[in-house]
Ligand binder design. Sequence first.
Ligand code: ASP
Ligand code: MG
Length: 420
Amino acid sequence: MSRLVMKFGGTSVGDVERIARVARLVAAERKPGRGLAVVVSAMAGETDRLVALARAAAGEGGNKAPLAGDDFNDEYDVVVASGEQATTGLLALALRRIGVPARSWQNWQIPFRTDAAHSKARVLDVETEALAASIDAGCVAIIPGFQGVTAEGRISTLGRGGSDTSAVAVAAALGAERCDIYTDVDGVYTTDPRIVPKARRLDKICYEEMLEMASLGAKVLQTRSVELAFARRVPVRVLSSFAEPGAANPGTLLCPEDQIVEKQIVSGIAYSRDEAKISLLGVADRPGAAAEIFTKLADANINVDMIVQTEARQAGRQNMLFTCPDRDAQRASETIAEAREQIGVEEIHLRRDVAKVSVIGIGMRSQAGVARTMFAALAQKGVNIEAIATSEIKISVLIDAAYTELAVRALHSAYGLDVA
Ligand code: ASP
Ligand code: MG
């Protein structure tokens, strides 16, 4: 018996006609000896609507302080989880209508267990006994994504975009041959096709590369779902939900590195405009200065990304720069400003119109000259580099945000990724 997990996002189940389409896509995957489980999102816009209702009921916008934290999150989960639950029933009905046996499985019926961190719960385990028996007997299981049940039997949710993670968790538990994630794009591209019309769909990408792409703003899958697929070695395919049932729809396969025979030096170019740069000039050059700076930032819950430290001209001083999400930039600079005297920082400069552009590829591990190609391509377009960070399979540069598109296009060509 083989098993396949299919997942459909909010746009794909946006109305009853689309749900009927999804039913046909599911029906096309039925074959003897294969059990099917389908994980669904809430209909497009529904989660936002439910979130707004929960906040309004908790008093947001009123005169008194709204409910928050533990007083809010458990019941918020009850409200927002209902969006996916409705879709499960609708899809089960649409399948039965075309003669396919199907039923919905709510999380407490499976059970799909999570911890009790309401609104951002983590998956603990997925029971498969009853579920597997039912799908193996030919009844398609429809499971609501983005949620689970806690040890106390209460409803939890996994955080926005969490239904990708649900689908991968179900696939891992069922030992599925694959987890097919149907979405409004037909795969993972070498870069954002809205910026580079010559971007190509990748047939395959390995988990590590996809993690870098996802965390750098190429938002096709929730990053957590890729981490889980990587940890459990679940093959995941991203494909279009708009293709005709039965038509060619190869998508992009996420797989372990050893299954990629032709290793590209660079597989993709990612970018993020949600960046800000904070330069600290004349920082006291003594043990503990960096620790104090980054402790203050961590205490303020600010996620720091690139960090560069260099010697300053004056003796006993050094310069430092770091980047953080743009929305936190003002707070980050104020946090350091408050401790300026104590740490010993002469000047603080904040620059918000910066972007991070990264080249990603596992082939980089074994190839020299990747950085040279990147810097030469940027130089040729007159793009100045303000900071550089590298990992084993990635090189990122910080540049003036106005040059983002130019830089992405130049790099896409420089690494030979343009379609012919
Ligand atoms: N419906 C949820 C959201 O909009 C979960 C998901 O679709 O992945 O965030
Ligand atoms: Mg999504």
